[in-house]
Design a protein around this ligand. Sequence first.
Ligand code: DX5
Ligand code: ZN
Length: 229
Amino acid sequence: MIKIAPSILSADFGHLADEVKKVADAGAEYIHIDVMDGNFVPNLTFGAPVIQKIRPVTGAVFDVHLMVEHPETYIEDMANAGADIITFHVEATPHAHRVIQQIHAAGCKAGIALNPGTSLAMVEELVEYADMVLIMTVNPGFGGQEFIGSMLDKIHMLSHIVADQDFDCDIEVDGGINEETAHAVTAAGANVLVAGSAVYGAADAAKAIAAIRAAEEPHGCGDEEGHEH
Ligand code: DX5
Ligand code: ZN
């Protein structure tokens, strides 16, 4: 079963708690929380105090996506604010393995993210330690960008690494996910789908979430007959 993670980057920040509750009530399993520092990406959002304020409105999984330099600086703050999963960018630290250990020590699940221009080889040795790998399907920093189709190969390659070695690792995709691209990314092997503008830009969030969920390709990496490779 896939999980839908609406990104609050596209929410109305003036009513953030209500906006979080709205998508959780509409069926989202995860709340995707984009933390940007204005250095790793050319945009700024918010930090732990804001996450702490929205924590009480839902029991949904808080999926924190750190787009920051020096991610190790923020792990404890994010965990204390109520993060369940903390994902950092492999490009943001030379000590990715240590950051995974730090996230686990803080009691959270650990995700590693890759920008579109970053090779999967950068995380191959880390997949067995991570709970999730996030393949960016746009360049991080802004919502509403166009899905980069060539990322499908990367998702597919990662899904083979996970399946072949039987790793317990989710594959998340983030950027340009809508009904159409949801079909392609799930067919390639993704099982956690972030969607910002497709959910918050819709008149009916529940319908938008249901439509993305319904687009799931049921056989994942299988061929036309549904056989696994
Ligand atoms: C981009 C963020 C995404 C963004 C996705 O830097 O990491 O989570 O909100 O937005 P959409 O779904 O509109 O591409
Ligand atoms: Zn994100």
